[in-house]
Design a protein around this ligand. Structure first.
Ligand code: MSP
Length: 509
């Protein structure tokens, strides 16, 4: 069985999750569900990033030990992922021993290899982003170019990773693997950045109490970003369980937001090169959700709570909106009116309409039983061929993580399904008592719904299951495959359909 390993970033545990966080994870979940459907042994890792100053400060404020604070906050993410139907295989916390011991081993390994050395760091640091900045990168007035908060000047002894040593190897790798970073505009940015030269990276902080102790010098803790990046391999048991590690590494897709691309497309590959490990096959950087043109983030106090959205409108509506509204890779503006418009037009009208037309007709004219089709006519062949033709482009869209494109192709099936019913007008066939033609048309319409349930299951998993159950199908939808969606005529005649309440009630604007 072919394997597929997918990761999201580990989320900063001191933040309450917002819509931006939910975006990376919902996209990852959709991709992994699709890969499972396509027959892969697919492994999906997510987790929380729990070290660093911010969590220490938050713990003090709340009169808790840092680990208690981290426990509490990490649970917020798990709760949200459950609500959003996130089917991760592993949830790693960077405070877990399985992680910290690997980080220490890696540090030692790189030190012994001569890739880490002791020096002095002098420069600017943003506590909030846990990022080092050059003077030339700061916003006027010494503010962090990322979050806008004030940065501080630090001068301290530090251990450095020889990042500069990897400039050339990285550039050759990028040249040989032009799709290493997608979308390609982001690849170009990374290449340009590396061409300008790489400085060695400070990888320890002095006297920072909440971090992984540096194994060769007790006064230091390991820089949170290096600590955090290693989660992608510590979770697989790197240096601990070679069988499991080599089964899944290298990652097939590492999904990140564009704000943390450089860490994933420069520092992370350089660390992997230093360790003599293969690089991930693809790092995909998605865009930001914005509110009135500004990035949604806690520091700007403009965040939307995904839990409330899911509770208020339904998880699948939220998932659908996030994936359909904006091409993956680009930025999008969130507004309630565009959310409601999208749900009403695509889910309530188009898809809901198809389902709500077909099932009552089957109940009315066939006693609720899936009828047996007979001779195929031109209209039927057309329908079948149009759907067949959509598969290759749908698969291509999923390969490039173009979720919005993929959904628009699936909606083409919804459209041709609705059109087929309009054209064949089963109610008139019933009037004219053309029973065998009526049966064929209703059977084909149900087949469209069967195929849609399978294709939609990665995107809107619970609604797809409900659609599936309404078709009277007993087998678990999770056991279906992309192949079964491609083969026409899998719906067994004689099964009783089950009409339920509307899946996507119209939302009042
Ligand atoms: N802890 C680091 C990642 C370490 S990975 C080794 C981190 N965490 S984060 O919680 O700040 O961000 C996690 C993910 O959420 C990132 O992929 C980031 O791009 C994404 N988003 C955070 N805000 C976002 C938006 N407003 N819009 C879309 N995604 C954004 O960075």
């Amino acid at each position: 069985m072919k394997k597929f390993y997918l990761t999201t970033p580990v989320y900063y545990v001191n933040d309450v999750p917002h819509l931006g966080h939910a975006y990376t994870t919902v996209a990852a979940d959709t991709l992994i569900r699709y890969k499972r459907l396509a027959g892969y042994d697919a492994f999906f890792l997510t987790g929380t990033d729990e070290h660093g100053n911010k969590i220490l400060q938050a713990a003090k404020k709340n009169n808790l030990a840092p680990i208690e604070m981290a426990d509490k906050m990490s649970a917020n993410f798990k709760k949200l992922w459950e609500k959003l139907y996130i089917s991760y295989n592993d949830f790693i916390r960077t405070t877990q021993t399985r992680h910290t011991k690997v980080v220490k081993k890696i540090f030692l390994k790189l030190y012994e290899k001569g890739d880490i050395y002791k020096g002095e760091y002098e420069g600017w640091y943003c506590i909030s982003c846990e990022s080092f900045w050059l003077e030339s990168q700061l916003k006027e007035g010494k503010f962090c170019p990322d979050c806008g908060r004030e940065v501080e000047k630090i001068k301290e002894e530090s251990y450095f990773f020889k990042l500069s040593r990897y400039q050339k190897p990285l550039l050759s790798y990028f040249k040989a693997h032009p799709n290493f970073v997608l979308p390609s505009t982001r690849m170009n940015e990374v290449v340009e950045f590396v061409k300008r030269g790489l400085k060695d990276l400070s990888v320890t902080r002095l006297n920072l109490k909440w971090g992984i102790p540096c194994p060769i010098d007790g006064k230091h803790t390991i820089y949170v970003w290096v600590d955090a990046l290693i989660n992608y391999i510590s979770a697989l048991g790197y240096l601990e369980d070679n069988f499991r590690f080599s089964k899944f590494w290298p990652a097939d897709v590492q999904l990140v937001g564009k704000d943390i691309l450089k860490f994933h497309a420069i520092i992370w590959p350089a660390l992997l090169m230093a360790l003599g490990l293969e690089l991930p096959k693809m790092v995909f950087a998605h865009g930001w959700w914005k509110i009135k043109g500004e990035k949604m983030s806690k520091s700007k106090k403009n965040v939307v709570d995904p839990l409330k959205l899911a509770e208020g409108y339904g998880t699948d509506c939220l998932r659908y909106f996030l994936l359909r509204e904006v091409p993956f890779g680009e930025d999008g503006n969130f507004s309630y009116s565009s959310f409601i418009k999208r749900i009403n037009s695509d889910l309530s009208n188009d898809l809901g309409n198809l389902l709500n037309r077909v099932l009552p007709l089957v109940i009315r004219y066939c006693g609720g039983k899936v009828p047996s089709p007979s001779k195929e006519e031109k209209e039927d062949k057309n329908l079948r061929e149009k759907i067949d033709d959509l598969f290759p482009s749908l698969e291509k869209s999923m390969e490039t993580l173009s979720f919005s494109d993929a959904l628009s192709k699936i909606w083409e099936i919804v459209r041709v399904g609705n059109l087929y019913i309009d054209r064949c007008a089963p109610w008139q066939l019933a009037k004219r008592e053309e029973k065998s033609r009526l049966n064929t048309v209703l059977y084909n319409s149900l087949e469209v719904l069967r195929i849609l349930s399978i294709l939609l299951s990665p995107f809107i998993p619970k609604s797809a299951e409900k659609m599936w159950a309404q078709l009277g199908l007993q087998e678990d939808l999770k056991l279906q495959s992309l192949e079964k969606a491609k083969i026409w005529g899998q719906l067994p005649p004689g099964v009783l359909v089950q009409k339920g309440p509307p899946l996507f009630p119209r939302i009042k604007e």
